[in-house]
Design a protein around this ligand. Structure first.
Ligand SMILES: [Mg+2]
Length: 420
């Protein structure tokens, strides 16, 4: 029986499947263009001589060298002997070779190791870290709001592990909707950009407008002191031992961005100006300043362990209550010490953005604020690439756009004009 036509059509494919080193080299030879300087084959006319090559477009001495010696890729199976065809100048620079011979191809003997070019992943730029911090703040807020005021046991019972932005919670939020942590930060950022710095009067007026907009959530201390501002017109609330909540710390990010690159004392002064509108308390001040300086350190590319040694040790020394426990801080309250203990434990116990946020919100309690602060720090630490795409997609699109734009604007503003 004669060979069918389709079998003949498949024949080249069978030859192409020849495996191993020989097969790879044979296929390479089949594809390799013939050098214009190669010896002419018997019976065939010479295609180009040396003089004619120089007249070819793009041809010259370097062009001829590329044709004379070409590289043949080999598998790394010969530890003591490698057969290479490389430009001689390259071979002479390779380390560990004892001898090089010419046998129609270069034969290099020695302990040549396979060299691999590895492109290092570039560290995120400050503006990218700033955007990641702002988006991390909003994502942590939206993620944690679903389980705010729940205990870890209740979360396990309802969600197993809570790791998706699904809305709900006691505020009955839409999926991706954020609470006061994010919206107060955005209001503060707008005030800083409009005033060209952190001006307490402008900040208090911005917070007052925010409260008149009937936000979905508002803390008792914030409400009380903003009502007092409406009556008195004084933007700085009175010192109070009852103002050690986390309401000022949760919105400190715009200050950290606006003061990035400025002397530390200006960051501290700006932190106090914005915080004292609603929270005039030494413990709250310590938390706000530490968080702002940690964000700035991370924006500058400092390693997390270095930031911890630099800032957290100073915080514990200044307010020993922050170092009060080594046990996992579960069900953290709105007291800023509880909040920061949960956040810092999650941040230093994890090695990624998602792990950090999942850890902290599953501790329950004031989970939207712990999520927001942890997201801010983790975003600044790990950058945009570490934020899961599903969380970015789930976030309210308007909030997402505002956070990204404001982060860039605040970072640019600090370079143009100092904080008032
Ligand atoms: Mg909230």
């Amino acid at each position: 029986m004669g060979r069918p036509a389709h079998a003949a059509a498949r024949a080249p494919c069978r030859r192409a499947r020849v495996g191993g080193v020989d097969g790879a080299r044979r296929r390479h030879r089949l594809r390799r263009p013939r050098s214009p300087l190669a010896r002419p084959r018997a019976g065939l006319p010479r295609r180009a001589d040396a003089a004619a090559v120089d007249q070819l477009p793009g041809a010259g001495a370097r062009q001829r060298r590329r044709h004379e010696v070409e590289e043949v890729p080999l598998p790394p199976v010969l530890p003591r002997r490698r057969h290479l065809r490389l430009p001689g100048a390259v071979v002479r620079r390779l380390p560990g070779l004892r001898a090089v011979f010419w046998f129609g191809e270069l034969i290099a003997r020695g302990t040549l190791r396979q060299q691999r070019r590895i492109s290092p992943v570039p560290a995120p730029a400050p503006v990218e870290r700033a955007q990641a911090a702002y988006l991390g703040l909003a994502i942590g807020d939206a993620l944690g709001a679903s389980v705010e005021f729940m205990t870890p046991k209740e979360i396990r019972h309802q969600f197993g592990v809570h790791r998706e932005i699904v809305g709900g919670g006691w505020l009955h939020l839409r999926p991706g909707q954020v609470t006061d942590d994010t919206t107060m930060s955005l209001a503060l950022g707008e005030a800083i950009l409009a005033a060209g710095g952190v001006d307490a009067q402008r900040v208090a007026e911005a917070f007052d407008r925010w409260m008149r907009g009937k936000p979905v959530d508002i803390g008792n201390t914030v409400r009380r002191n903003l009502v007092a501002f409406r009556r008195s017109g004084v933007p700085e609330s009175r010192p109070s031992e009852h103002d050690a909540g986390n309401g000022a710390a949760m919105r400190v990010l715009p200050v950290a961005l606006a003061c990035f690159g400025l002397p530390e004392r200006q960051t501290i002064a700006a932190c106090r100006a914005q915080a004292h509108v609603t929270h005039h308390n030494e413990v709250s001040d310590a938390a706000c300043e530490t968080l702002a300086l940690m964000v700035q350190d991370l924006l500058a590319g400092r390693a997390l362990h270095e930031v911890r040694a630099r800032r957290v040790a100073a915080l514990n020394e200044r307010v020993p209550a922050f170092a009060g426990t080594r046990r996992p801080r579960e069900n953290p309250s709105g007291y800023v010490v509880d909040t920061l203990q949960a956040v810092l434990q999650a941040l230093f116990a994890s090695d990624g953005f998602e792990d950090c946020l999942v850890d902290v919100v599953n501790r329950g309690g004031d989970a939207d604020t712990t999520g927001a602060i942890a997201g801010m720090l983790a975003g600044a630490c790990y950058g945009l690439a570490a934020i899961p795409a599903r969380w970015l997609r789930a976030l309210d699109p308007a909030v997402r756009a505002q956070c990204a734009a404001q982060a860039e604007a605040l970072l640019g503003a600090c370079a143009r004009q100092p904080v008032a």
